[in-house]
Design a protein around this ligand. Structure first.
Ligand code: GDP
Ligand code: IMO
Ligand code: MG
Length: 431
């Protein structure tokens, strides 16, 4: 029997680890790239030939003409935002429409989800989550409440109209009477759906069935995670999380792929830590070093443009993700951002009075004084920017990589040394 060549790429911090860049790099040998969960809360940046493209819904292999992009059933899909992204890419000369495949089971993100997301965040004030305001939470809520509209509903417009009326009644009641906001227009949503549905309907295919055949035929497929595992609805820093499973489970339920057909799982980890939105962040920096990392790493959100919070690499948090996500190897990104630092800190433990310390990050009960224990590593103070060959890496940078491997107990298979596609060192390619 032929072995499958499916690999999974997961962010293993709080998102924005550089998944887009890594998937773009790996895609040159791939046939399919699949988005599995999340929605247009994601912002994946690709830089190639001096062009910067930020993708929110379309898989990050799209710049390669050999790639067939797929959006699996676990993704919550805004038809309006999808169309915007298609137009944007077409303006860049990238052909999408006869390549993109959509699962009929994707839940739709509609205008009332966005309104509700924004209304709630405003209402919560300083207790808000800091969402991207893209309607992601409400859309997943409708899915679980078994009242969501899906792509498949576009094939039965009469039925869709009835369901839409019912859902909109619930939303508009809350928006008007509780949040004191304007209600959302039924006609606006319906007109948008009618205009877009013919384009979308042409892209619909049974994704799980396709992936079964693809796996049998040994075609290299990349399953692209969105967000990061610390934002997972179950395993993340609840309630400061997103509304999907960003861990390996989300890849499986979000596409229907068999776990037996996953050959390799790559965890993408930034050489330091960032987070957008609120929630615990034990290694966060509020000093000049934090400002420096933010500036050198250009840490501004790819989706909302918000300044990202910045801190040292938290190996306690990362280590917890390795086992339950079946990580096979790690790609460390943004090594070059550390180039000028005299010393680099890595968090190897938390000093904490409670015996629940290993659950602290995942509980809402994180004490204010969860103090990180740091190991200090000497900086290399030489440029690694754009390095593609391991031998060209300064010895101290290599020592840093080896120390991370020791602590984490997993091999670092790739080192990303710049935002451009080819700025990467391959240490081990095991797929
Ligand atoms: P994603 O959401 O995980 O795809 O990450 P984002 O695209 O939101 O944020 C990562 C940012 O870092 C983007 O601006 C990338 O262009 C950039 N980037 C990715 N890898 C590297 C790297 O190795 N070095 C540097 N300097 N920038 C990188
Ligand atoms: P990529 O794929 C970083 C964060 C938001 C907020 C929380 C909930 O680019 O790594 P949501 O809008 O999902 O309800 O917001 O999750 N968040 C992300 N942070 N990168 C992302 O995606 C994110 N997607 C959501 O900032 O804290
Ligand atoms: Mg991002």
């Amino acid at each position: 029997m032929k072995m499958s060549r499916n690999i999974v790429v997961l962010g293993i911090q709080w998102g924005d680890e550089g998944k887009g860049k890594v998937v773009d790099f790996l895609s040159k040998k791939a046939k399919y790239v699949v988005r599995c969960q999340g929605g247009n809360n994601a912002g994946h940046t690709l830089i190639y030939n001096d062009k910067r493209i930020v993708l929110h819904l379309i898989p990050s292999g799209i710049l390669h003409s050999n790639i067939i992009p797929i959006i699996g059933n676990g993704v919550v899909l805004s038809p309006v935002e999808l169309l915007k992204e298609i137009f944007l890419l077409e303006k860049e000369g990238i052909n999408i429409r006869n390549r993109l495949i959509l699962s009929p089971l994707c839940q739709l993100v509609l205008e009332y989800h966005v309104e509700m997301d924004i209304a709630r965040e405003e209402f919560l004030g300083n207790k808000s989550i800091g969402t991207t305001g893209r309607g992601i939470g409400p859309a997943y809520e409708d899915k679980v409440a078994r009242r969501g509209l899906r792509i498949i509903d576009l094939f039965d417009m009469d039925g869709l109209c009835l369901k839409l009326k019912d859902i909109l009644n619930i939303y508009n009641f809350q928006l008007k009477f509780f949040y004191k906001r304007k209600s959302v227009s039924y006609d606006l949503i319906l007109n948008n759906l009618i205009n877009i549905s013919e384009i979308i309907k042409d892209m619909v295919l049974d994704v799980t069935n396709l992936l079964r055949k693809v796996s049998k035929n040994n075609l290299f497929t990349i399953f692209e995670g969105a967000q990061g595992v610390l934002l997972d609805i179950d395993y993340g820093t609840y309630p400061y999380v997103t509304s999907s499973n960003t861990t390996i489970g989300g890849i499986i339920t979000g596409t229907g792929i068999s776990i037996r057909d996953i050959k390799y799982v790559l965890g993408v980890m930034k050489a330091y830590t960032t987070r957008v939105g609120f929630g615990p962040f034990p290694t966060e920096l509020f000093d000049e070093t934090g400002e420096y990392l933010c500036h050198a790493g250009n840490e501004y959100g790819s989706t909302t443009g918000r300044k990202r919070r910045v801190g040292w690499l938290d190996l306690v948090a990362v280590k917890k993700t390795i086992y339950s996500n079946s990580l096979s190897g790690i790609c460390i990104t943004k090594l070059d951002v550390l180039d000028k630092l005299k010393e680099i800190k890595i968090c190897i433990d938390y000093r904490c009075t409670s015996n629940l310390s290993s659950y602290m990050l995942q509980s809402g009960m994180l004490p204010d004084k969860l103090e990180p224990v740091y190991e200090i590593i000497p900086g290399w103070q030489k440029s690694t920017c754009g390095t593609k060959c391991l031998n060209d890496l300064p010895l101290l940078a290599l020592n840093y990589i080896r120390r991370l491997e020791d602590i984490l107990g997993i091999s670092i298979d790739f080192i990303s040394t710049g935002p451009n596609r080819e700025e990467i060192i391959i240490l081990n390619e095991r797929f």
